[in-house]
Design a protein around this ligand. Sequence first.
Ligand SMILES: [Ca+2]
Ligand SMILES: [Ca+2]
Length: 220
Amino acid sequence: MLKKSVVALSAALLAVCFAGTAAADIVCPDSSYCEVTFQNTYPTGSQFAGDPYDYLTVDAAGTGESFATFGIDIRVYLKNCQGEPLIGIPPQEIVMFNSNLCICPGGGASDAGTDSNGCATWTGTLAAGGCVDVIDVYADGVFICTLEDAGGRTVKLNSTDQAQNGTSPCFTDASDLAAFAAVLGQTAIGNICFDFNEFDETIDASDLAFFAAALGAACQ
Ligand SMILES: [Ca+2]
Ligand SMILES: [Ca+2]
């Protein structure tokens, strides 16, 4: 009888230990990874015609372009060091980051927490400003990846907010307009930070219309 109780007690303790281990699981950078695929290409007339569509235009209000609309498919798989999926890590802990961006609070978070495969996605836009040609992903403060496809092509962002130059970061305002006005009418080649539609080779009225729609954008 006593033996039986000890066995039962041991089993109970074991269960508690396992529960404790699971709760303490940490994101393991060696077994976690990202997958990026570009499903669209730039149209004829673009300075990047035929290349995979890899620039998303964002603003601090979160009213910019969405990854889903432009066929940029991003998945991050979070695992522990045994290679097991980490389920239910909250979205605010899974974030895009580049120090040259101004990212609003929560503005770089994934769509939702990790699913049963430890997977999180970004299908919407970012609430952010700036212009960068690389974006990193961090989970629970751990560096997971630089977002790039199998061929090494990176996911890129531009914005009506020239935050990368310290121009009123996280605001699209008069100082950004002044910077935009200085390149209006010029070639878009080498001016990607101001080419918001990427459908032609100039910084023109269509980019101005895009800017006008974002004027006043700020973190919500
Ligand atoms: Ca700004
Ligand atoms: Ca343009």
